[in-house]
Design a protein around this ligand. Structure first.
Ligand code: ACM
Length: 506
């Protein structure tokens, strides 16, 4: 009797199990209401919807060419997707969306093209993870689970960085990297373009930056290097913008400048002839705080701002040893003349001059955490990397901050089980990245408003090939996306791992 009841129960449950399938999306949406049944895509339904075309609302967005998801997903949906404009839901903001999948329609509601894009990113995952029913017709078709998704990000700034100076990566690879970011709703690519071991952006007024600064002689005598022409850069910026990703370029100062100073020693403190270094570590070379150096930076920023439409320009500021400034008559004279108490204040003076120039051009500067040491201007955005302390200090001061603490966000650090490649590295397992939350505990509401979001960095001293970049990136990028988009209220590591195992992460 019991067995009989059990069988009856099972028979009742089976159709339900078949009819409802969990919706696996990363980053986890804020709200998913699962229905029963499916939107089925096969040749018949596509034909049927084509015939009904005039009843379907079209949006210009669906016609946008060269759009990654269009090729893969929306072609299939062409005739069945409705995209509506403004929605009356204050939660959505500029990146949020509603995605409604019913038995006979798919509807995207969003306030902006960015919101529509985010809905398509979700739809792509839902589509790719949908079961395929190969018995229903000759053409196998996808069973898209009926559901109603409401989604919006916990943090507005969701960044991923790449150092192309220590090792150089091709234009094609940068595009692939951007594709990966887009798949996980990362909206900012921080492109680290200048450092000691290579200057990687063409600046027309200073050709030696790339003629000399983009190349180094390795210990085995081979030449290593490369750079992006302004044409390459424009192409990459357009590619990223089609995916709703902003690129923030980084032009380092006053340290991490050996490659630039090898090209133009007159902007340095020693005037010595330098070669582009082929070793890692912090170098002593530093720009001299002279009018000719500031003119150089103004010229460079003119070309950088002409190329990059981003509101933010990163101007470095980390790891700048002051030994050369201490022994430089020029640096000491500037300190005296400007009444600066120490070399940290001189760094602030230096960076603030460049920042002010950017401000005049309508841009905002970002600096690494060390910029809080010598005095903080009101408008500098602080990227806190050693830990969150510089960011906390800056947020309390009223500055916007981006958190990128190395204990959670340094993707050059080894994955669990990998070998440490340098003594300053710590293992960075997936669980740690997942646990990252940019918001420090105990901030006042006024200070908390200044925490824009978070970012992970990928430095490449020990990451030499494209395969190695992908190895360092994945699947930690996927965890980062959930830390920044989903946020701490809805995150759930166990559930994340389950979803991670069902999606194709590369
Ligand atoms: C840094 O890792 N030096 C910002």
């Amino acid at each position: 009797m019991h067995t009989m009841r059990y069988i009856v129960l099972m028979l009742l449950l089976v159709p339900l199990m078949v009819l409802s399938q969990s919706v696996n999306v990363i980053p986890r949406p804020q709200e998913i209401i699962s229905g029963q049944g499916f939107f089925e895509i096969d040749r018949t339904s596509r034909k049927q919807y084509r015939e009904k075309k005039d009843t379907v609302k079209w949006h210009r967005y669906a016609e946008t060419p060269a759009y990654m998801l269009r090729a893969q997903v929306s072609d299939l949906y062409k005739s069945v997707i409705n995209v509506a404009g403004k929605v009356n839901d204050p939660r959505l903001g500029e990146s949020g969306y509603h995605l409604r999948i019913t038995g006979d329609s798919i509807t995207v509601l969003a306030n902006t093209a960015m919101g529509v894009h985010m809905a398509f990113v979700t739809l792509k995952q839902v589509y790719e993870n949908a079961d395929i029913d190969s018995t229903a017709s000759i053409i196998p078709h996808r069973l898209i689970p009926i559901c109603d998704i409401t989604d919006y990000p916990a943090y507005g700034y969701r960044g991923m960085h790449l150092d192309v100076c220590r090792h150089f990566f091709s234009k094609a690879f940068i595009k692939k990297y951007i594709d990966l970011l887009a798949l996980y709703k990362i909206n900012t690519f921080h492109w680290h373009l200048t450092d000691d071991q290579g200057w990687r952006i063409e600046i027309r007024k200073y050709p030696r930056l790339t003629e000399v600064g983009a190349w180094r002689t390795e210990k085995d005598g081979s030449r290593y290097g490369g750079y992006y022409t302004q044409k390459d850069i424009s192409e990459i910026i357009s590619y990223a913008s089609e995916r709703f990703i902003t690129i923030i370029p980084e032009i380092e100062m006053p340290g991490h400048s050996s490659a630039a100073l090898a090209a133009y020693p007159e902007f340095g403190c020693t005037g010595n002839h330098l070669t582009v270094p082929n070793t890692w570590g912090i170098k002593k070379d530093i720009y001299a705080p002279t009018d000719s150096t500031f003119k150089f930076f103004e010229d460079v920023m003119d070309e950088v701002c002409e190329l990059f439409p981003s509101k933010y320009i990163h101007i470095g500021g980390d790891e700048a040893p002051k030994v050369q400034w201490k022994s430089s008559a020029i640096a000491q004279a500037v300190m005296k003349q400007k009444n600066l108490k120490n070399e940290e204040e001189l760094q602030h003076y230096f960076m603030h001059r460049v920042e002010s120039y950017l401000n005049k051009k309508g841009r905002t500067a970002i600096g690494w955490g060390e910029v809080v040491k010598g005095g903080l201007s009101d408008s500098m955005v602080v990227m806190s990397w050693l830990d969150k302390s510089a960011g906390i200090k800056a947020a309390k001061h009223g500055n916007d901050v981006i958190m990128a603490p190395r204990g959670y966000c340094y993707f050059d650090y080894p994955q669990a089980g990998d070998k440490l490649k340098a003594i300053w590295m710590l293992p960075l397992p997936l669980t740690k990245v997942y646990a990252f939350d940019p918001m420090p505990a105990g901030l006042s509401a006024a200070a908390a408003k200044h925490v824009l979001g978070g970012e992970a960095t990928l430095w490449t001293e020990y990451v030499t090939t494209e395969e190695e970049v992908l190895h360092q990136l994945m699947p930690r990028l996927v965890a980062l996306s959930e830390a920044l988009w989903t946020g701490k209220v809805r995150k759930d590591y166990k559930d994340f791992v389950k979803r991670l195992n069902t999606i194709n992460v590369k």
